[in-house]
Structure formats: structure tokens, C-alpha cells
Design a protein around this ligand. Structure first.
Ligand SMILES: NC(=O)c1ccc[n+]([C@@H]2O[C@H](COP(=O)([O-])OP(=O)(O)OC[C@H]3O[C@@H](n4cnc5c(N)ncnc54)[C@H](O)[C@@H]3O)[C@@H](O)[C@H]2O)c1
Length: 239
């Protein structure tokens, strides 16, 4: 398959490496100084994979629809505009804050763990994430998704605090915290803590390979479809 890349930063470069490793070709690359527009020459691309910054995302998605190209949107931090996707004609998109198949399964484990622990209010719960210092958004999109899953399944938690707790925290609040340090590709940790013991679930990305190869597999899956999809749709067919 021929792929057009939007964004040639850390993720764009990893997608390029993984795409060639899976037998694909990168036919065109667009970055900040060579922007993606309805006049762009995508050189026969059959799909677009996008890892840019949140500001340009909606415009790029509209351009992909105009060009009749399915788009894999990996950029995070734009989900307050999700409602607008429905009004874009001819759109084929899969979007996810995390294309890692390991993180997808980790999210499922989190749901199952929260369902198990939800009937045991003596187990308090926390979520912490680490990412490299270049990450633009905080908390990560993945942490927000995991927090949502925890809140849905833990009856003794009814809201999330993403900030420092100034004072004693309300026991019904789920504390979600972030550290930005060095080059960490992405670590998410969930703990259930009781007076007797602690259970910890941890996903550690060893690099960007998992995100990139997941995005490429999602592109392979998306070609030939129409509509708006998430990882649930992709993984449903994949499993
Ligand atoms: N979904 C996932 O699995 C996943 C995994 C890792 C990172 N991300 C997200 O992907 C995005 C990119 O991450 P990164 O680490 O590659 O960042 P980066 O800063 O290394 O790269 C971003 C690139 O996009 C370019 N860019 C910015 N605005 C643009 C625009 N309007 N048009 C074209 N190019 C533009 C920049 O010049 C840069 O080369 C972030 O939102 C990050 O949170 C998602």
C-alpha cells in the first residue's frame, strides 16, 4: 500500500520505518512547511497516517475527505472537536489516542480489574502516567480514556482530579497524575490500594514501535471502508 504521512516528527519517522518493514511505501510526506491541502500531490497514496499537533487536525481530516483518502488520525488533544466529524462529507477515518494493540488490551484489563474491584470499596484507586518532556498534552489522551473506564466501573469513584490535590482529597475522587521526564515513550500505571495490600497494573511502551505498527495495521484495515471508526471497531475485527 502507498501511504501519505502527515507530520514528520517522532511518530511520523517511526511510522515510515514500520511501514517499510511491513512492505508498504511512503509516497508523500507533509509537515509544517509543506502543508496538506486539496491541491496536494499525494503520489498515488491509498491512505493517510497523521501524527501532527492538535491545531491542524480538523483541517487535515477535511482535506483527506475531499481527496477521497481514508485517514488514520493518531494526533491527540483535539477530541473537543469530535462532533464536527459527522458533518464532513465522504469521510473515512479511524482515530485513537493510542494505536498500540498492547494498550488496547491493557484498557480491557483495566475495565475488568475495575469491575472486580468495584465491589470492594476498601481498595482505593489511582492512575499515573509518565511521558517524555516533548509531549504537548497532559494528561495523556490514554490516561483520560483509562480514567473514564475506571470511573464507569468503580461505584465508589464519581469524579476525576487531574491536578495536584490542594488539601485532603475527597475519597470519591479518582486522582490521575502525570510526570513529564526525559525520553519515556509512555507508561501508564493503575493501582488498587487497601490497608492490607496493593495491586498494580502497568503498561510500559518500550518505544514508539507499538503505536506506529498499530496505526499501519489500522490503515490496512481501513482501506475499502467508509465512515468513522475507533480502535473498538478495528480490534473487534482483528480479534
Ligand atoms: N495515537 C497514538 O498512538 C499516539 C502515539 C504517540 C503520539 N501520539 C500523538 O501524536 C502527535 C505527534 O506526536 P510526535 O511525538 O510525533 O510529535 P512531534 O512534535 O515529534 O511531531 C509532530 C510533527 O507534526 C508537525 N506539524 C505540526 N503541525 C503541523 C501541521 N499543521 N501540518 C503539518 N505538520 C505539522 C511538526 O512540524 C512535527 O514534525 C501528538 O499529538 C501525540 O500526542 C499519538
Amino acid at each position: 500500500m502507498k501511504i501519505a504521512l502527515l507530520g514528520y516528527g517522532r511518530m511520523g519517522k517511526e511510522v515510515e520505518r514500520q511501514a517499510y518493514a511491513r512492505g508498504h511505501e511512503i509516497s508523500a510526506i507533509f509537515d509544517i512547511n509543506d502543508s496538506f491541502s486539496p491541491e496536494s500531490d499525494v503520489r498515488g497514496a491509498q491512505a493517510v497516517i497523521s501524527f501532527v499537533l492538535a491545531e491542524g487536525v480538523l483541517y487535515h481530516i477535511k482535506v483527506a475527505a475531499q481527496l477521497g483518502l481514508p485517514i488514520v488520525e493518531g494526533t491527540t488533544g483535539w477530541y473537543d472537536q469530535l462532533d464536527q466529524l459527522k458533518s464532513i462529507k465522504n469521510l473515512t477515518i479511524i482515530y485513537s489516542p493510542n494505536f498500540s494493540i498492547g494498550v488496547y488490551q491493557f484498557t480491557k484489563l483495566t475495565r475488568y480489574a475495575a469491575q472486580l474491584m468495584g465491589s470492594l470499596p476498601e481498595y482505593d484507586c489511582f492512575l499515573h502516567e509518565f511521558h517524555h518532556v516533548g509531549k504537548a498534552d497532559s494528561p495523556s489522551g490514554t490516561a483520560k480514556k483509562l480514567a473514564h473506564v475506571l470511573l464507569e466501573n468503580l461505584p465508589h469513584k464519581d469524579k476525576v482530579l487531574y491536578d495536584t490535590s490542594h488539601g485532603v482529597i475527597n475519597p470519591a475522587t479518582l486522582h490521575v497524575t502525570s510526570t513529564r521526564v526525559g525520553r519515556v515513550p509512555g507508561t501508564h500505571e493503575i493501582g488498587f490500594d487497601s490497608p492490607a495490600d496493593e495491586i498494580v497494573l502497568r503498561h510500559v511502551a518500550h518505544g514508539r514501535e507499538g503505536f506506529a505498527s498499530g496505526a499501519i495495521r489500522a490503515a490496512e484495515w481501513l482501506v475499502g471502508k467508509t465512515g468513522i471508526y475507533t480502535m473498538d471497531d478495528f480490534m473487534h475485527d482483528f480479534n
